[in-house]
Ligand binder design. Structure first.
Ligand code: ADP
Ligand code: UVW
Ligand code: MG
Length: 364
């Protein structure tokens, strides 16, 4: 019966949603372009006019090795989350600041933390392990975690509901400011494109995604960069912004349409990587039955969906161009003769967070 205030600190936004006990969003506010942290003052202003709530649920990107499910916020939990800051530098400080702000604004209201990493906690060892020295893996805990799990958990359920059957070998593309893919079977993650941090994999708004690890060593030794500059280049000045000067796919796509050469290349690099990784996820599943697009770009950019499927005909995936261009909200965009169901789903991380928050409170 609990009304839950959900705080979703993404890399490019802070999204506040108040959900009633039916998971209907009754109040909502987005803070966009938020860098670094969120102050209590900003949070208080954003919450003006929101109705009453009984609990608060936070999306926290990194749960490290310890948090494989949601937890109630306690001083000890906060201490453990603070230790993970460098593993998700664009997200973790913001989420912690949000928890702190709400402890001041709504003292006594229970707060839960729900993790992006939890959905991938059961990744098969072959997908979770980097081929690095054993002492790094054992002493430093170097492994692949995976992220966007709250979005994947919701989308996997919703895909089954919409398709009216088990989605089978399911690949979900969460394409927002951050972007990743998950290979899902029977509701479980069997592979994903992000790793130890949310920097691995696809080209993102400001993150490079995959680069040759040898490049990093070379840049430190010969590129005149220190580790802070290397971090900034990969996390904040790479990806679409590094390729085109714009971090927002809307602007990049508009410039590409107008023939801007950097923007054309930016879209090509983005799509080249996306297609390659969709095929890799399909390989982890031994085939592909359902492909889902979600996240700001996945939901709102038909040209990115079309571009991703262009060249993936060998997987049996075809798009209905008209349905793809017209898709609003949750929609099926499968083309005729396609052996793969293609769906567009609105990302609803807040639903997953609200449900996990209620579960955590009940278990208290
Ligand atoms: N209405 C829209 N039309 C086209 N693109 C959009 C739209 N809304 C969002 N996007 C794209 O989605 C990106 C943000 O995705 P989102 O999932 O909201 O990000 P975050 O990672 O902050 O949660 C924007 O940078 C933009 O490129
Ligand atoms: C994990 C991650 O990259 O999240 P977001 O896309 O919200 O920045
Ligand atoms: Mg997001």
């Amino acid at each position: 019966m609990t009304r839950v205030l959900v705080v979703n600190c993404g890399s490019s936004s802070v999204k506040l949603r108040l959900l009633d006990h039916h998971n209907e969003v009754t109040d909502s506010h987005d803070l966009t372009g938020v860098e670094g942290t969120v102050s209590a003052g900003a949070m208080e202003e954003a919450l003006l006019g929101f109705g009453a709530f009984d609990a608060i649920g936070h999306r926290v990107v990194h749960g490290g090795p310890d948090f494989t499910g949601p937890a109630l916020v306690t001083p000890a939990v906060l201490e453990r989350l603070r230790a993970l800051t460098d593993l998700a530098p664009l997200h973790q400080p913001k989420a912690l600041a949000g928890i702190d702000a709400l402890q001041h604004l709504a003292p006594g209201t229970p707060q839960a933390v729900c993790f992006d990493t939890a959905f991938h906690a059961g990744l098969p060892a072959a997908a979770a392990t980097y081929a690095v020295p054993a002492r790094w893996r054992e002493r430093l805990g170097v492994r692949r975690y995976g992220f966007h799990g709250l979005s994947y958990a919701y989308a996997a359920r919703r895909a089954a509901e919409l398709a009216g059957t088990d989605p089978g070998r399911l690949v979900i593309a969460h394409l927002g400011a951050g972007a990743s893919l998950a290979a899902v079977r029977n509701g479980r993650s069997v592979d994903t494109t992000m790793g130890f941090t949310p920097l691995e994999g696809l080209v993102m708004a400001t993150r490079s995604g995959d680069v040759d690890p040898g490049l990093l060593v070379w840049l430190l030794r010969h590129g005149g960069l220190n580790q802070a500059e290397l971090n900034t280049g990969l996390e904040r000045e790479g990806g679409l912004v590094g390729l085109t000067g714009d971090s927002d796919m809307r602007a990049v796509a508009a410039r590409a349409d107008a023939g801007d050469r950097d923007a054309v290349l930016g879209v090509e690099v983005y799509l080249h990587r996306l297609r390659a990784k969709i095929a890799a996820m399909a390989a982890a599943l031994g085939g592909l039955d359902t492909l889902v697009f979600t996240g700001g770009i996945g939901e709102h950019q038909p040209r990115v969906r079309a571009g991703a499927l262009d060249g993936l005909g060998f997987l049996g995936a075809r798009l209905d161009r008209t349905a793809n261009d017209a898709a609003r909200g949750d929609a099926e965009v499968t083309g005729s003769g396609s052996r793969v169901r293609v769906l567009v789903l609105t990302a609803r991380e807040e639903v997953q967070v609200a449900e996990e928050t209620r579960t955590t409170l009940r278990a208290r």
